[in-house]
Design a protein around this ligand. Sequence first.
Ligand SMILES: [Zn+2]
Ligand SMILES: [Zn+2]
Length: 292
Amino acid sequence: MQNVLVGYSKALYATWFYYKPARLLLDAGEGIVHVLGKRIFGIRKVFLSHGHEDHIAGLPSLVNLRNLSNGDREIPIEVHHPAGDPFIRYLKEYLGKKQDQRLRYSLSWHPLEAGDTVPVEIARRPVRVAAFPVAHTRGWQSLGYRVEEQRQVLRPEFAEAEPREVGALIAERGRAAVVEEVWHPLLVYTGDCTPPEDPAPFRGADVLLVDSTFLDADELEESRQRHGHIDASLRLAAEAGVRHLVLVHLSNRHGKREVLEAVDRAAERHGRPPRLGYFYEDRYVPLRGAAD
Ligand SMILES: [Zn+2]
Ligand SMILES: [Zn+2]
């Protein structure tokens, strides 16, 4: 996990994840420069889910250190963000002043709507980030992000074909009749949100990072906040056939034992995903999954 995904997550404090294979940063809470050090020069694109402090407060330090510390200071940074989020607009104005004072690289801002996609050039196969709507902020749209890789798969009618038959089928019918291109979700990140009702954006994800601030529906209801909970996260993983569920944005009101008990209760109701774990601060803590 640590060689693919580095991050920090604790509700109210900070949340961000650096996904190394695509060199992108999902959210930008405090602590990025401290944890990543020189690796900040790897970051090409930043995707902000919404403008709450715990998801954006690390961006000014990142922008500053990329300008001043030793490394490749020419690499541009693109910041993709939900259109219409007023807090991100203030941040952009603030960092715009900085930009006027001669940043050595290009810092650009790209408003997104749900359904928009952004290509990621760095990867071996075509990869893109797709934005989808989540319920968290009131009055403007928060976004979750799906990192997808383009793959060629056999069309359903040929799914049972033996590998050695495939060449002959293509020769006979043409490639397009036998093979189709799909966008496979490598990693899906919800940002902050109430439990998603539609499993479609999460279907078949290799890794899902999902808001699990609270233990269960009762605790969420009591809080009157717009966040997720552990029970709903396991339910979503089961409904969507997620391979590796990572609970994030955990509240520090809960000790490890309470988290483990909530996971066990949820697993009794919904089953365990093949792989399972959670982020607490900058640590990924693996838990027993169905495949272990
Ligand atoms: Zn928030
Ligand atoms: Zn948050």
